[in-house]
Design a binder for this molecule. Structure first.
Ligand SMILES: [Zn+2]
Length: 414
């Protein structure tokens, strides 16, 4: 009787222990991959097992009738029920490896993963099999130039027309490090694109320029186009900075901005505005440009503010002097147009107002988006008479000229 009780206790204890350590869950498999992969693509496969851990993982691909092994991983076999193995693993499969080990060809293929966990009582294991359909495409999109002659001035812009194959997801023009987006040609065939691009004032005339196109798999095509580039002799201007001028502009700008804080002296605050705030404002303007409408919103030639005198031109190289000493150098990115004070400011063309607020060195500022990456900016305004989001037509009053921001007198910074 005593022996039977002991045996029952042992059996119950063993069953209880096995139930407690028993791994009844199958491994789980997850993927991270683009549905179409190119030559440089990588597929991430995550295999996890919440029970006793992984015993083996096998990856293979099937294309047509052929199934080829890609990798096999074995984990040390566990001997005792209280032991725990590896709970998870990640496999990064490069398309380049699939080309070598499994002779991957262009087109659809299936990737299969089989994961087995550690066996209970050396016999009872759990298996998970998963598969997914992917496509291999390493061919870059097709590109062809449609427009013939492209004349580009340093610090100026040009437009180009080209054609792309339907697989291209994005395209444009690359000028050195600067990438410009191409948009569908208004009223043109579905495969035609227009790109307005610029050679920056600070890029050399021999900066490489290409049309580019990229597909879903990340395959990229790049072609050259006929162009003639002209250097520009940018003007140099000396800008004396006086205490009277700084007293007029610095407190106003500081009151309107969080990016720069007041420094111990007026000249230090001024230099912080002229360097740091100028850079930050220009970055903000560039970001607005990248969000331009994908349609042409303008219909007529661009107009210069009526009866205005050009006082400063685009990319004037300005050297700043304080008490006879050189303190800074900056480039003036616009035209200064002088009229009578508080003159109405006209929109240079049709478009949508994308900015109507104070903008650092530009003071009260309006930016009009004309679509296809083209925008116009109106700075130093004494008043703004339009709202963000409002549609405007060429010649429509946006506000009045003034001297808000970094301005020594009433003028329009265009
Ligand atoms: Zn200006």
């Amino acid at each position: 009787m005593k022996k039977l009780v002991v045996l029952v206790v042992i059996v119950v204890g063993l069953i209880g222990y096995l139930g407690w350590t028993w791994d009844g869950t199958s491994p789980s498999i997850t993927w991270k991959s683009s549905p179409v992969i190119g030559k440089k693509a990588k597929i991430d496969v995550d295999v996890t097992d919440t029970g006793r851990g992984l015993r083996s993982v096998q990856v293979s691909i099937r294309q047509g009738k052929d199934e080829k092994a890609v990798l096999t991983r074995e984990y040390p076999k566990l001997s005792w029920p209280w032991q725990k193995g590896q709970g998870g693993d990640r496999f990064t499969i490069a398309a380049e490896d699939l080309l070598k080990t499994a002779a991957l060809k262009q087109g659809d293929f299936e990737i299969l993963v089989k994961a087995v966990d550690q066996a209970n009582l050396l016999a009872f294991d759990n298996t998970t099999e998963a598969k997914t359909n992917l496509r291999y495409d390493s061919r870059p999109p097709q590109l062809a130039v449609l427009s013939q002659q492209h004349y580009i001035r340093q610090g100026g812009c040009e437009a180009i027309l080209y054609r792309i194959s339907p697989d291209a997801k994005a395209s444009g023009v690359l000028v050195g490090q600067n990438s410009f987006v191409g948009y569908p040609v208004p009223g043109g065939p579905a495969d035609s694109r227009i790109c307005v691009f610029a050679l920056s004032y600070d890029q050399s005339v021999d900066t490489p320029m290409f049309i580019w196109a990229e597909d879903q798999a990340g395959n990229r095509a790049q072609i050259n186009f006929w162009k003639k580039v002209f250097p520009t002799a940018f003007r140099k201007r000396d800008m004396p900075i006086t205490d009277t001028f700084m007293q007029a502009v610095v407190p106003e700008i500081l009151a309107h901005t969080d990016e720069v804080t007041e420094k111990p002296t007026l000249i230090e605050s001024y230099l912080e505005i002229n360097r740091k705030l100028r850079k930050s404002n220009n970055d903000q303007i560039s970001a607005l440009g990248r969000a331009s409408a994908p349609q042409r919103l303008w219909s007529k030639p661009f107009i210069q503010l009526t009866n205005s005198q050009v006082e400063a031109v685009f990319a004037d190289r300005r050297t700043y002097f304080y008490n006879g000493k050189q303190v800074d150098q900056q480039t003036h990115l616009g035209f200064d147009l002088a009229t009578s004070a508080q003159n109405p400011v006209e929109s240079a063309n049709d478009g949508t107002v994308v900015y109507a607020d104070y903008l650092g060195i530009y003071g009260n500022c309006v930016i009009v988006d004309h679509g296809l990456g083209l925008q116009s900016l109106y700075g130093h305004l004494s008043s703004i008479e339009v709202d963000k989001g409002q549609k405007v037509t060429a010649g429509q009053t946006l506000g009045r000229t003034g001297q808000t921001g970094l301005a020594g007198g009433d003028h329009l910074h265009f």
